[in-house]
Design a binder for this molecule. Structure first.
Ligand SMILES: C[S@@+](CC[C@H](N)C(=O)[O-])C[C@H]1O[C@@H](n2cnc3c(N)ncnc32)[C@H](O)[C@@H]1O
Length: 221
């Protein structure tokens, strides 16, 4: 098995370990994950209800979906929506697709193999764009392109949700830097200013667990 397909199988245990570390006092990774993802989905719901003028959540795209943990949570939270998961890795998408077959969903998640910087999806076609735990993996130049693409994809008054690492303890930062070469660039990115420049308004940012924030914003009319 080559290293890229091995990574796809490692995603699930890595995600479980991540959740367990976010709420060490909770008994299980599952509980911690549900609390973190639940707070993230609540932030999206609340932003959309406040600023989108009653626009229903009909179409959602999850940029950088990996093996679709985040996409499945979105599909469960918005059961009438068509969720699209998009990733650069065909290996992650193959695992995502296999897992989705077992879900027997009324509206199965559809998967797209593309670069989030330039997806090829139609303009103004989504009510919600999610970017979950992707930007800390990107150089600033790529993050800027992804944010512009997110704005292009959203319908006017649609909601963008970005969730990622909040400020890390310096010791953890040094540990993470060995596998995350773009962390410095990520922390130097002024997300609010970048989003404003892309045409987003109503910027909000909340901690959705002790280690991660969720920022939400509205696409211009
Ligand atoms: C940590 S994973 C995200 C996991 C998932 N969103 C979740 O919340 O469980 C980051 C993903 O972003 C993807 N990614 C990074 N840059 C990308 C790009 N430019 N276009 C599409 N996917 C990208 C990687 O392939 C990886 O699967």
């Amino acid at each position: 098995m080559d290293v890229r397909s091995q990574a796809a199988f490692d995603c699930e245990p890595a995600t479980r370990a991540l959740w367990k570390r976010t709420f060490p006092a909770l008994d299980s990774w599952k509980e911690a994950g549900e609390l973190s993802r639940g707070n993230w989905a609540d932030a999206i719901d609340s932003h959309h209800a406040s600023f989108s003028g009653g626009l229903p959540v009909g179409d959602v795209v999850d940029l950088g979906c990996s093996t679709a943990n985040s996409s499945r949570f979105l599909a469960d939270r918005f059961p009438t929506a068509q969720v699209t998961g998009l990733d650069l890795s065909p290996y992650f998408l193959a695992v995502a697709q296999r897992q989705e077959k077992d879900a027997m969903r009324k509206k199965p998640i559809r998967f797209v193999h593309a670069n989030a910087e330039c997806t090829g999806l139609p303009s103004k076609s989504f009510d919600v764009v999610s970017i979950a735990y992707v930007l800390h993996e990107c150089p600033q130049s790529a993050s800027r392109k992804i944010l512009r693409e997110a704005h292009r994809l959203l319908k006017p008054m649609g909601t963008l949700a970005i969730t990622d690492q909040s400020k890390l303890h310096p010791a953890l930062w040094i540990l993470m830097k060995s596998t995350e070469p773009w962390l410095d660039e990520f922390y130097r990115l002024d997300l609010e200013a970048e989003l404003q420049e892309c045409g987003f308004t109503n910027y909000r940012s909340v901690l959705t667990n002790p280690r991660h924030f969720t920022a939400t914003a509205t696409a211009a009319m």
